[in-house]
Unconditional design. Structure first.
Length: 176
């Protein structure tokens, strides 16, 4: 049996919103750029994807929709001049975005605690790189710390893979 899935016309909604914004821009002399609308729609699409992922209990839909949401939000805030982004902030922001997305996938099912390892690692690395951009750390010191302690990440990932395996039930004995 094929499972019939209800389809919501998201592309049609996006066209209506885009047309409405362009009409408001023309009649009310708003200064709305294409990229503001585009990144805003990406934020909306990511948010809807996260909500659908949570309702359907789909971890990877939550993860990738969170990535879409956070990147859309990052660039939307840049286009409305709420944050200033130079080329050096994209790298730490990407670490933060993927770290937050792993944490969102963990929130879907708290039993999948192993998702916290890459989530917290990426989030902490992104925060550290961001702090070097704002002058709280010297970048050479940070790279020295990473060079020394990166094997700890291998240990954490390996331990997570080993501990993630759920114990199997013993085989049933056959009695005659």
């Amino acid at each position: 049996m094929s499972k019939e899935r209800s389809r919501f016309p998201w592309f049609g909604i996006a066209l209506i919103i885009l047309g409405g914004v362009l009409l408001m821009k023309r009649f009310f002399d708003l200064t709305v750029a294409f990229w503001q609308v585009f990144w805003g729609l990406l934020v909306l699409l990511g948010f809807v994807g996260v909500a659908r992922g949570f309702s359907g209990n789909n971890r990877w839909k939550v993860f990738w929709s969170s990535v879409l949401f956070f990147y859309g939000l990052f660039f939307f805030l840049h286009t409305i001049d709420a944050i200033y982004i130079n080329g050096n902030l994209f790298f730490p922001a990407s670490f933060l975005i993927f770290g937050f997305s792993f944490i969102m996938a963990y929130i879907l099912d708290l039993r999948d605690w192993y998702l916290l390892i890459p989530g917290l690692t990426l989030t902490l690395c992104g925060a550290a790189f961001l702090m070097t951009q704002f002058g709280y750390f010297d970048s050479w010191e940070l790279w020295d710390i990473i060079r020394r302690y990166w094997p700890v990440l291998l240990i954490l990932f390996g331990a997570g893979m080993i501990l993630r395996r759920r114990p199997q039930e013993p085989p049933e004995e056959i009695t005659m």
